[in-house]
Every structure is written in C-alpha cells, then in structure tokens.
Design a protein. Structure first.
Length: 218
C-alpha cells in the first residue's frame, strides 16, 4: 500500500513539474514542434516513466535532468530567435513544391515528399487541380501552404522576404533577379540607410513592404 501511495505521489509531482517546464518553454501547436522540441519531450517522458517505476531513486535525480533539458531547449530557442541560420538548422526552411502550376520534383525528393502526400494536402486546401496553384510551399512543420491563382486565371506573385530582423536575404534577392545594391537604393528612396533598422521587408507585385523595428524612427 505504501509503495502505491509513493507511486501516486511521484506521479502527481512529476505531472506538475512537467506542466511548469512545458509552460516555461513557450507555446507551440503540436504540428509546429521542431526536432529539438520532440527530442526534449520524448526524453522528459522517458525520464518521468523511469522515475515513477523506480520509487527507490530520489525524486531530485529525475527533476534535475528535466531542468537541464529545459535550459538546453530555452537556450536553443533563444539562439534560433536571434540567428536565422540556427533557426534553419533546428527547424528547417520552407520549400517551394509548386511554382506557377509546375511541380518541382527535385524539391519533393529532397524533402522525401511524395505525390500522394501532395494530392492529399492540396485537397485539404480545396484545390482540385495543380494548374490552379500559383505556389505551394512545404513548411518546416510539414504543412502545405497554397497560394491559388487569381480569379482572372493569372498567377499571383509570392511575397518574397528581403530583410528579416535586419538581415538581408541574399538568396531571395537572387530569386527575384536583384542584388544588394538594388535593395539599398530602394531603401534609400523610402528613407532608410541601414537595413538593421528594419524588422521585415518584402517584395511582391513590384512593391516593397517595410516594417521597421520598434524604437526606430516613425
């Protein structure tokens, strides 16, 4: 009887410990979990199960590794927030699967993404024909984001981020056939001399959208 009460007590304690740790680690939907999140969650679950079964072990020996895992996860989350390369390494980056109604088979192979998956996710987006798609983007979470044609039948342009958190996205500049000099000239026309003052800048339909960082000029 005493052992059962101990197991019940340890279960309750670990439940609240894990609840607090997950709450501290931030909010994410299940479908948006990164590989790092999944590794941390699986390890914590395994540690908790072992702690509940091995009642002779001190509970602190279980809580300590959980706290270490939390620190690791929070640290990497902070680094990924500040550094796009770290974020892409941990979470991956979006991949264009369909562009102007044309399927990119090489991109599908690189993501180990098959045609059955594509058709299912297109139907989930109420798309009956691939030719109706301007862009289909496979997100790091595995979700397919679809940009449909305009009613006129013309393909819509994809919004292309050129600056993210003050960092110029040279790869996206190349995709629209532009370079850094062109971007700097456009920014100067809008009254900006330093890209680091800009939180987000994108290009679509021949126009720049600029959102400056908080605390800079209005």
């Amino acid at each position: 009887m005493e052992e059962l009460l101990t197991i019940a007590f340890r279960t309750i304690v670990l439940y609240f410990v894990i609840l607090v740790i997950f709450r501290f680690m931030g909010k994410r939907e299940i479908g948006e979990l990164s590989i790092l999140d999944l590794v941390v969650f699986i390890m914590m679950a395994e540690i908790a199960v072992l702690a509940i079964e091995n009642v002779e072990d001190h509970l602190f020996h279980t809580i300590l590794p959980m706290l270490v895992l939390m620190i690791i996860q929070v640290t990497f989350a902070y680094l990924s927030l500040k550094n796009r390369k770290v974020r892409q390494l941990l979470d991956g980056k979006p991949t264009i699967i369909i562009k102007y109604g044309k399927i990119d088979e090489d991109a599908m192979k690189s993501q180990r993404y098959n045609f059955d998956d594509l058709m299912v996710q297109l139907r989930e987006n109420n798309i009956d024909r691939v030719s109706d798609v301007s862009f289909a983007i496979l997100e790091p979470s595995g979700k397919l984001t679809v940009v449909k044609k305009e009613n006129s039948g013309e393909h819509r342009q994809l919004e292309m981020p050129l600056i993210i958190d003050g960092s110029i996205q040279t790869e996206n500049l190349s995709r629209i056939g532009k370079d850094k000099q062109w971007l700097h000239e456009k920014l100067r026309k809008h009254g900006y001399t330093n890209p680091s003052d800009i939180s987000f800048c994108s290009f679509t339909d021949g126009e720049l959208f600029i959102d400056e960082k908080d605390g800079h000029r209005t």
